[in-house]
Design a protein around this ligand. Structure first.
Ligand code: AKB
Length: 339
């Protein structure tokens, strides 16, 4: 008998850390973790097996299919927005072809199991693209189907993979004579900028928020790469993990769409700076906008409408702006760097 497990790609990343710790502590399913980098030692106790490898390695994925009964895939691996602009074709390979490989793996799994495999996919506010600052400032809370003209390779990849998930869930091999039952149960969350007390993101463009905080906590000077008036939606990692688990657990008949916005608070970079400075009064934080990265952030929404997630699966963040900083980020980051 093959063992029933959940597969997490990009295990070593920011969301991977939080998710693996949570699923490992719950202990309901074995966790198979996959990442191109060696797994953080702190995560080892929570995983049944770690495989160091590439989501582009189809032989490796084939071996996984043979060995395990995968009931859900959390496909977290991707190259983020800033890094993707330095090598867009590589980003496309990892973000799109990698996702396609995981979707195919899930189809094969579901055929073995005779039931759909759940496919949890973190998309991003990068899937949106507002044409100019005036539009951004007047758009208000953006709904899932509006302003979908991303300007980054990462945003294009995320939006296209949302479409792939819809295709594999609703239309896969629609002309085949032997169409089986639906193979994949694709569920997608468009995340805002995420902030964790435990890890610092790499390669993103919403990174100025977490970078500011982590630098200040370590008494390192920091130059913020966007203007003080720049506004983006953010959420802390415990809420990101909560939203993924809630969406995974939601009864399928309640889900009226495949892709959902979630968010918590939307500070300007200056408001972020003020909160960080209050917590770490000695911090040296300046503003040195980087024109190209600023340009990317200016196309992302200042706020998103997550009412569909609230309606369909009861989404609500536990941490608003005040709680995020006072009860999670500042105490946990202080403790982390005091060690
Ligand atoms: C990035 O900045 O690329 C990510 C994202 C908003 O998806 N953090």
């Amino acid at each position: 008998m093959r063992k029933e497990v959940v597969l997490i790609t990009g295990a070593n990343g920011e969301i991977g850390h939080g998710l693996i710790t949570h699923l490992g502590e719950q202990g309901n399913f074995g966790v198979i973790a996959l990442d191109v980098q060696p797994l953080d030692e702190a995560l080892r106790p929570y995983v049944e097996k770690f495989i160091q490898g590439d989501i582009l390695d189809t032989m490796l994925l084939g071996r996984l299919v043979a060995e395990y009964e995968i009931r859900a895939v959390y496909h977290l691996a991707s190259i983020l927005s800033t890094k993707a602009e330095y090598n867009p074709e590589t980003a496309h390979r990892v973000n799109v072809e990698g996702t396609l490989n995981l979707l195919r793996l899930s189809v094969e799994q579901s055929q073995w199991q005779g039931r759909p495999v759940k496919f949890l996919y973190p998309s991003s506010i990068a899937a949106y693209g507002l044409p100019d600052l005036a539009s951004k400032n007047s758009a208000g809370k953006i709904k899932e189907h509006n302003w979908l003209e991303p300007t980054t390779m990462y945003g294009c990849n995320k939006l296209y993979c949302e479409h792939l998930g819809r295709y594999y869930t609703r239309h896969y091999r629609q002309l085949a004579a032997d169409q089986g039952p639906t193979a994949i149960d694709f569920r997608c969350i468009r995340f805002p900028g995420l902030i964790s007390a435990m890890t610092v993101p790499t390669g993103g463009t919403s990174d100025y928020g977490p970078e500011m905080l982590h630098h200040a906590a370590q008494s390192l000077p920091y130059d913020c790469f966007v203007r003080p008036d720049t506004r983006l939606p953010f959420m802390v990692m415990p809420d990101a993990i909560k939203s993924l688990l809630m969406l995974e657990a939601a009864p399928k008949e309640n889900l009226k769409q495949l892709t959902y916005n979630v968010t918590s608070f939307s500070p300007t970079a200056l408001e972020f700076h003020d909160i960080v400075l209050k917590a770490f009064p000695g911090a040296v934080i300046g503003f040195k906008p980087h024109a190209a990265r600023q340009g990317i952030v200016d196309t992302w929404p200042a706020d998103v409408d997550d009412s569909a997630a609230r309606r369909d699966w009861g989404w609500q963040p536990d941490y608003d702006q005040v709680r995020s900083f006072d009860e999670y980020l500042i105490p946990a980051i202080r403790e982390r760097y005091a060690e």
